[in-house]
Design a binder for this molecule. Structure first.
Ligand code: PEP
Ligand code: MN
Length: 338
């Protein structure tokens, strides 16, 4: 349920409504928009229906949100959410944000080399997994905290922000110490305990779409993080499973403008995992920007042949730099900057 306040509602009136809602055992979320403030109320709505909330001073109207995701919906918040990482890196604003780097953190020298190259090509954020969710238990599982330390070093040398995956609730404090954005991988999109912990942590979270998840399920997972109080959520379309097996996944480009309509949260695209083929990354990155994505996540490796994971979908640094140049015209065409 949403309580829409009058444009002239006072702080005292808002505080009083919040007090009343809490007294009923419900959770109020105050969202101050450009034009007016609204209060989202989460919990057993029947309790609220019995209260004549319309008569409270400052209230304009009370609406039901019919969608199962409430806080993630555009009904709750009309204005786009902008996730501000500081130092002018904002996700969801006019400027597109590019996260680039290797699939896995492999060693210090290689990571710093890639970080410098993606930075000079115009990336804002360095990606790299220290904990890797691999299909096979015998495949490289990541360097753990040692990998996080290399990411911290790369950040110090380049000024790039860091996004890295958290797989296990038990590692949240450790990963939070090094990451600017906690990545929740496709395989963990419905790990609800992990989502709740990230929701409590308040660290910006990059939530990747599960490979077999619908858009509704994807937004319900975002709702888990929001409902714990963390509104710094960035969504990521990374391809879904379909009958088509010529590519690793099928890039669901529809999801980008669809989610922009349904939700206020920023959404980026990951054409590397979506296609699984380096030659398709550039065209799909451009398509994502044209479709309204707020940024991109791209795997880059100086020697994809020898990469410990996802070499076949990694761009050489030179190709990444070329793509960054080419993206400028697409971004301009849709009123964005890169
Ligand atoms: C990754 O970003 O390296 C990754 C494992 O992605 P996903 O969870 O989308 O498969
Ligand atoms: Mn990968």
């Amino acid at each position: 349920m949403i309580i829409v306040l009058r444009p002239d509602a006072t702080k005292k009136q808002i505080d009083h409504i919040v007090f009343k809602v809490k007294k009923l055992g419900l959770k109020p979320w105050v969202s101050s928009g450009v034009e007016r403030t609204i209060i989202g109320v989460i919990g057993e709505e029947d309790v609220l229906r019995s209260q004549p909330l319309e008569v409270f001073p400052g209230v304009e109207k009370v609406l039901s949100i019919l969608k199962p995701y409430k806080l993630a919906s555009r009904d709750f918040k009309k204005d786009d959410t902008i996730v501000d990482l500081g130092d002018d890196v904002k996700i969801g604003a006019k400027n597109l944000v590019v996260m680039a780097g290797p699939c896995s953190v492999e060693n210090e020298k290689l990571l710093i080399n890639i970080a410098k190259k993606v930075k000079s090509a115009g990336a804002d954020i360095l990606r790299g997994g220290a904990f890797k969710p691999r299909t096979s238990p015998y495949a490289f599982q990541g360097l753990g905290e040692k990998g996080l330390k290399y990411l911290a070093k790369a950040k110090k040398e380049t000024g790039l922000k860091i996004v890295t995956e958290l797989m296990d609730v038990r590692d949240i404090d450790m990963v939070s110490k090094y990451a600017d954005i906690i990545q929740i991988g496709a395989r963990n999109m419905q790990n609800f305990n992990l989502l709740k912990e990230v929701g409590k942590s308040k660290k910006p979270a990059l939530l990747k779409r599960g490979m077999s998840s619908t858009v509704k399920e994807f937004l319900m997972s975002a709702e888990y993080i929001l409902s714990e109080g963390n509104f710094n959520v960035i969504l990521c379309e990374r391809g879904i499973r379909t009958f088509e097996d010529a590519t690793r996944f099928t890039f669901d480009i529809n999801a980008i403008p669809l989610i922009k309509n349904l939700s206020h949260l920023p959404i980026i695209a990951d054409p590397s995992h979506a296609t699984g083929k380096w030659g398709l990354v550039g065209p799909c990155a451009k398509a994502a920007v044209a479709a309204g994505a707020d940024g991109l996540m791209i795997e880059v490796h100086p020697n994809p042949e020898e990469a410990l994971s996802d070499g076949e979908q990694s761009l050489w640094p030179e190709n990444f730099a070329k793509l960054m140049d080419e993206l400028e015209a697409v971004a301009t065409a849709v009123g964005r900057e890169i």
